[in-house]
Design a binder for this molecule. Structure first.
Ligand code: BES
Ligand code: MN
Ligand code: ZN
Length: 504
């Protein structure tokens, strides 16, 4: 893990290999972003002009490197933050926290292979310092566990980061940076889990990894194996898992933030590989399906952060884990499953498996009557059609909760958008033989899936569903602090939501 320290040392005299400064697109060309004044002084006020002459424009995420004799660092990396923030006569220019997070991430990513990096971006208040710390740590990531002969071609992430702040001794600034140091390692761990080849991460292995992470954070962990699942009647998890030689699991994590606290239940879809089952996916559609446990990774990781931060909420985290495979023992289209609690489901398409394992977990989680229940799932291809690959969907049976999650996501710097649960779509899942079918109208497929889950939410409970099918995995080029592959989507939003619940 990358080491990050706050410092009040002038960036011009920081003993680092590379120094990051920010540039923006001003009305008349490139301008420096606050934080780099001392560096500019060493350049006789010509730093922005120098960067511009090298082709820098201030465009978001663009990195321009220049050798430097004027300051202690040997290289200066100027990262674009986008449009210049313009202050009023009495108000200083404030850069959007997500623009700073992305810039810090892009710079640190571009500096992979560098040992010590200094960052001189705006970090004089807690919001900015926290965002820059988060972006920098998120950018210091590479999944190299499986590289052997090609290891040297893929540089190691930045090892040490010095974050310059004019308020390095301020309590709120220090707290924001410490929070980032608890939060981001968990995001990176969830990326690792998503990136790990599914051969090496069957349900039992992911359960073991979850238990280890939980224990290290002081969280209680229990795992139900296939026998225990059968005994308790978890027909959804068992049905999906029965085609695989590697049996399913249900992970339960419990964190108590103190007596009388509000209770948050987190539930994450954990399909360690989704081949589609007998309703087999075409080869192309299967390529990213090791990411189908991204929801489980997110809720497990978030729970460990909530515990490490000692937040004043109670959390119960449920991760139903199964591998969806076709085989002689696999469930068939037209089989009927009995979900935990007794509701029967006709499986019309074995590729709509996420909702089956989640139904079990939502029904079980409901028994505890939590104040808020949130499930996170790479649930539908329709999510990508509706919102693209980067924006997650928020659906809920409670408009206020949906708004609260929307606000939490915005504050955390994660792209999410509210989506409806139109009641009229429910009848498209009426089954000829069972209580409900696992498929309905193709149009609005994401909403249909949400409505299916809603059936298993206990009477009167506040519940929300996050579809992160696209955001959990970056198939495109890296951008900002987001690498190719596993992204760690939703962890930051869930932690922010728990913080909001603890505060009010
Ligand atoms: N895991 C997939 C959804 C998915 C698709 C995630 C693309 C990430 C990228 C899910 O299990 C699935 O296969 N859903 C089906 C449901 C359909 C059969 C009703 C889908 O969306 O096509
Ligand atoms: Mn599927
Ligand atoms: Zn799936």
């Amino acid at each position: 893990m990358t080491d990050l320290t706050l410092t009040s040392t002038s960036p011009a005299s920081l003993k680092v290999d590379a120094l990051v400064v920010g540039v923006a697109k001003g009305a008349n060309g490139v301008v420096l972003v606050p934080g780099a004044a001392d560096v500019d002084k060493a350049f006789k006020g010509r730093l922005a002009a120098t960067i511009e002459s090298l082709g820098g424009t201030g465009k978001s995420g663009e990195v321009t490197k220049l050798p430097s004799w004027a300051v202690s660092a040997t290289v200066i990396a100027a990262v674009g933050v986008g449009d210049e923030a313009v202050g009023g006569r009495r108000t200083p220019a404030v850069y959007d926290h997500e623009a700073l997070r992305r810039a810090a991430g892009a710079a640190v990513r571009a500096l992979a292979g560098t040992r010590r990096v200094g960052i001189a971006l705006p970090a004089d208040d807690a919001t900015a310092a926290g965002a820059v710390a988060e972006g920098a740590l998120l950018g210091a990531y590479a999944f190299r566990d499986y590289r052997v002969a090609s290891k040297a071609d893929h540089k190691e992430p930045v090892g040490r980061i010095s974050l310059v702040s004019g308020a390095a001794r301020d309590r709120a600034v220090k707290a924001a940076v410490s929070r980032a140091q608890e939060l981001i390692p968990a995001v990176l761990l969830s990326r690792d889990w998503v990136n790990t080849p599914p051969s090496d991460l069957p349900p039992a292995a992911l359960a073991d990894a979850a238990v280890a992470a939980a224990k290290a954070a002081g969280v209680k962990a229990e795992v139900l194996d296939e026998k225990a699942l059968k005994k308790a009647g978890y027909g959804g998890i068992l049905g999906v898992g029965q085609g695989s030689s590697r049996p399913p699991r249900l992970v339960k994590l419990t964190y108590s933030g103190g007596r009388g606290r509000r209770h948050l239940a987190l539930i994450g879809k954990g399909i360690t590989f989704d081949s589609g089952g007998l309703s087999l996916k075409p080869a192309q559609a299967m390529e990213w399906m090791k990411s189908d446990m991204g929801g489980a990774a997110a809720v497990i990781a978030a729970t460990t952060v909530i515990a490490r931060l000692g937040l004043a909420v109670d959390v119960t985290c449920w991760a139903p884990l199964a591998e969806n495979m076709p085989s002689g023992s696999a469930q068939r289209p037209s089989d009927v499953l009995r979900i935990y609690g007794g509701t029967t489901v006709e499986v019309l398409n074995t590729d709509a498996e996420g909702r089956l394992v989640l139904a079990d977990a939502i029904a079980r989680a409901s028994e505890d009557r939590p104040d808020v229940m949130v499930d996170v799932a790479t649930l539908t291809g329709a999510q990508l059609v509706a919102l693209g690959s980067r924006t997650a969907a928020i659906m809920s049976n409670d408009d206020t909760l949906r708004d609260e999650i929307f606000a939490a996501a915005k504050r955390a710097g994660e792209a999410m958008w509210p989506m409806p649960l139109p009641a009229e779509l429910r009848k498209s899942m009426d089954s000829e033989v069972a209580d409900i079918a696992n498929m309905g109208d193709r149009y609005g497929g994401m909403l249909v899936a949400g409505l299916f889950l809603q059936e298993f939410v206990g009477e009167g409970l506040r519940w929300a569903h996050l579809d992160i099918a696209g955001p959990a995995w970056n198939e495109a080029k890296p951008h900002g602090y987001t690498p190719k592959g596993g992204t760690g989507a939703a962890v930051r939003t869930l932690v922010q939501l728990a913080e909001d619940m603890a505060a009010g």
